[in-house]
Each structure stands twice: as structure tokens, then as C-alpha cells.
Design a protein around this ligand. Sequence first.
Ligand SMILES: O=P(O)(O)OC[C@H]1O[C@H](OP(=O)(O)OP(=O)(O)O)[C@H](O)[C@@H]1O
Ligand SMILES: Nc1ncnc2[nH]cnc12
Length: 176
Amino acid sequence: MGGLLLDRIRDVPDYPKPGVVFKDITPLLADPVAFTALTDAFARRCAELGVTKVLGLEARGFILAAPVAVRAGVGFVPARKAGKLPGAILSQAYDLEYGSAEIQVHADSLTAGDRVLVIDDVLATGGTAAASVELVRRAGARLAGVSVLLELGFLAGRERLTGALDGAPLDAVLTV
Ligand SMILES: O=P(O)(O)OC[C@H]1O[C@H](OP(=O)(O)OP(=O)(O)O)[C@H](O)[C@@H]1O
Ligand SMILES: Nc1ncnc2[nH]cnc12
């Protein structure tokens, strides 16, 4: 499966800033065989980890996590960029490879009985994933793990996240 997916991720140099090589997953999304293989792999991980909810990160994480929730038969919880959720929220600011942002979840979207898998496309510096893990904890749920399509190993996100994971697995389908 690795080649099928890696061949469909495009490098875009100097986007969105000079020096950044942007990993564009749109070719993968446009290929139903590749997208289905990825969805199935994430869904299998949900079953292995006893997941009750997947947390998808706006925006690319939404695209990957929503079909996983349907396939795995678990709930989908959106972590949205600041200012988009209408109810009472928990909020977490963070830095990422090319900027800074703030993500939010509805405070009642996760409960103490939930085992949550955070799903995103890219793990770069780990700032986004760390903020997501923090929101899961603050919502009172248990972190089942973090699963990403592509880990950029040279940015050391895994090292940054290790403490925050508290033993939960960090899985990358691909690492470059
Ligand atoms: O490991 P990090 O350095 O935190 O970077 C990873 C994050 O950056 C990208 O999201 P982005 O904020 O660009 O949003 P998008 O999904 O709306 O494009 C990507 O989808 C991850 O969520
Ligand atoms: N290099 C990169 N490509 C795609 N998404 C990213 N998010 C953070 N860094 C990224």
C-alpha cells in the first residue's frame, strides 16, 4: 500500500512559504483505490484500539477522518479552526510548520467513556497533533492514539509528541 499512496502525494516547493516543501494529498484523494485503501487502514486501527470516536482536524483531517468514522462505525468529532463552532468550546492555540493557529472542539463532544483516535494527513512539527491531544485530555476522554498518513521525520514531530501521548501509539502510514 505504501507505494500506492506515496506516488499520489505531490511535493510543492516553497508553498505556502519559501523553504517549505508542501505535501499535497489531492492526487491521493482523487484516486478511489488509494483513498479506500487508506480509509480501510485507519478503520482497522480503530478496531484494534477499541476506538469510540475519531477526531478530525480541519481541514484535511476532516477529509480523511470522516470516511474512517463511517467505515469503522464510530463517531466523528470535528476539531475546527477558531470561531466556527456554535456551542460551548474548548480551545487550544499552537504553532505549526508554517504559522500558528487555534483549534476548538465542542466541550460536550467527548466524554469520559470515549477512546479517541486523532486522524490527520501530515505530522510535521507536531504542533497541531499536540494541540489535538491536549483537547482530548481537557475534554475528559482517553486518547487511543494518533494516526497520520504522512510523517515528516526530519521535523521531529514524533519526539515533540512523545510525552503528550502518555503511551498511546503514534502511527504513520508513510514516513519521509
Ligand atoms: O505538525 P504541524 O507542524 O502542526 O503541521 C501539520 C498540520 O498542518 C496542516 O494543516 P493546516 O493547518 O495547514 O490546515 P489545512 O488542513 O486547513 O490545510 C496539516 O493538515 C496538519 O494538520
Ligand atoms: N510540509 C507540509 N506539507 C503539507 N502539510 C503540512 N503541514 C505542515 N507542514 C506541511
